[in-house]
Write a protein that binds this ligand. Structure first.
Ligand code: GLC
Length: 448
């Protein structure tokens, strides 16, 4: 059964999303070696730079505007790719905004124009999606090597215990800056709302000073064990990307052994998630932290995230969906999926703490979960999630995140990746109004 959200003005949501993508375009010539940039920033007022996972989401959404802009977004991003494979989490193209950024954000730069950290590797999915929609083989051959190098960099530098799971060195490397699951190491637990942000800044400074003496040797940072975190969402995105790269290697005509390398690694990451992070008692996945790999028992949407992987164990899929995602006390709120379960003491649906990922619903996580639900045959649940996501953006506007009870918009205005709602509208056949509307827009992923 397909649910048509008759009561929502879908074309208004689609038009507003397209407006934001076009209005957020930043272009010019940077003082960084005179390089040209042309990309969509997350929000001109709040986030004027190019972020790694934002840009990958923007590229996917841009397919509903102009596929050439989607390619341009990724080409611009890949100008930041370093010879060893590293791709930074932020590219600070516009020098005029640097001072404000350094005052406002808790970041460490590797170079005046880019940060020393990463973000989830959504890039592989974005390249796969752009290729799937355009079949532009030249584009694939141009960008795929840098994507592969990045995934090999993650393996080389971020899996020192060789358990197949990538570790992050600070919370915002997952993109989930202030998620309460990190409170145990960031010392944010049980603080009054107004104390959370100042304490987060203090804790970030503490991490940066611990790392300072070792920045030249990034492989050593995890060994310090100050923030050694194997994040379920990051690793799910990594496993998804590895598998898609395998298929893309075949499309590109690369050696079969190279495709096999990525696909084998994808299977190993999935097995590690199932063996080390799955909790049969509660029926969810938990992140692992510290050298001793303790489980972080805070129930957030990331505990459900392996749903995105289409070869996840069927029993686990069933428990995640039936016991948790569709549980109205935890995640199935009027405008799902909240970033933190409503049963958690840290759940902050009204954004009182003024920091991110502590209860509001976001469109990028809904996008991933939507496709995961479809891959596992939950077509109706996926449609319902898409419907409520469109509704939420209709109520709240193209904002950064949303109150999961009312749909009210929160955070930055005119926020780029919220335009991923275009992908959901398109996939549901509700008419996103783009020129393509091609029937094959969402073929199933390449076979494994
Ligand atoms: C916030 C989000 C992060 C995002 C950035 C730019 O810091 O938490 O995930 O990449 O904004 O939009």
């Amino acid at each position: 059964m397909t649910v048509t959200p008759a009561e929502i003005d879908i074309s208004a949501v689609a038009n507003d999303s397209r407006r934001v993508l076009l209005a957020n375009r930043q272009h010019g010539v940077s003082e960084w070696d005179g390089r040209r940039y042309d990309f969509v920033c997350p929000s001109p007022q709040t986030y004027p730079f190019q972020w790694l996972w934002d840009s990958a989401f923007h590229a996917i959404a841009l397919l509903c505007v102009d596929p050439e802009l989607a390619k341009q977004e990724l080409r611009c991003l890949l100008q930041g790719a370093q010879p060893d494979g590293f791709i930074p989490h932020m590219l600070l193209w516009e020098k005029a905004f640097h001072t404000a950024a350094l005052n406002e954000y808790s970041i460490v730069l590797a170079n005046p124009y880019y940060t020393a950290t990463v973000q989830p590797p959504v890039l592989a999915r974005a390249v796969w999606r752009v290729y799937q929609a355009t079949k532009d083989r030249d584009f694939l051959l141009e960008v795929l090597p840098a994507v592969m190098r990045f995934f090999r960099w993650l393996k080389a530098y971020r899996d020192p215990d060789d358990d197949q799971l990538i570790a992050i060195i600070q919370p915002d490397e997952s993109g989930l800056d202030a998620s309460p699951k990190y409170d145990v190491l960031m010392q944010l637990g049980e603080l009054p709302s107004e104390r959370v942000l100042p304490q987060l800044v203090v804790s970030m400074k503490r991490l940066f000073s611990a790392y300072e003496a070792h920045r030249e040797d990034p492989a050593r940072l995890l060994a310090l064990d100050v923030f050694n975190w194997e994040d379920v969402m990051f690793n799910t995105i990594y496993a998804d990307g590895l598998r898609l790269i395998g298929g893309l290697c075949r499309e590109a005509g690369y050696p079969a052994t190279e495709a096999a390398e990525f696909e084998r690694r994808a299977r190993h990451v999935l097995s590690a998630l199932e063996e080390k992070c799955w909790d049969e008692r509660t029926g969810v996945f938990w992140d692992l932290y510290g050298y001793e790999e303790q489980r972080a028992h805070t129930l957030t949407f990331t505990s459900l995230f392996p749903l995105v992987l289409d070869s996840l164990d069927r029993h686990m899929v069933w428990r995640l969906v039936e016991e948790h995602l569709l549980n109205e006390r935890e995640f199935w709120l009027p405008y799902p999926v909240p970033s933190v379960a409503a049963t958690e003491p840290s759940f902050d649906p009204e954004h009182k703490t003024a920091v991110t990922w502590r209860g509001s619903s976001w469109v990028n996580s809904n996008y991933y979960l939507y496709w995961g639900l479809r891959a596992h045959g939950y077509r109706d649940v996926a449609s319902e999630l898409a419907k409520r996501t469109v509704q939420m953006v209709g109520i709240g506007g193209v904002r950064e995140f949303f109150n999961p009870y009312t749909g009210a918009g929160q955070g930055a205005v005119d926020f780029g990746w919220t335009a991923l709602v275009l992908d959901l509208i398109h996939a549901e056949g509700w008419g996103c109004g783009c020129a393509r509307e091609e029937k094959s827009a969402h073929l199933e992923p390449f076979s494994r």
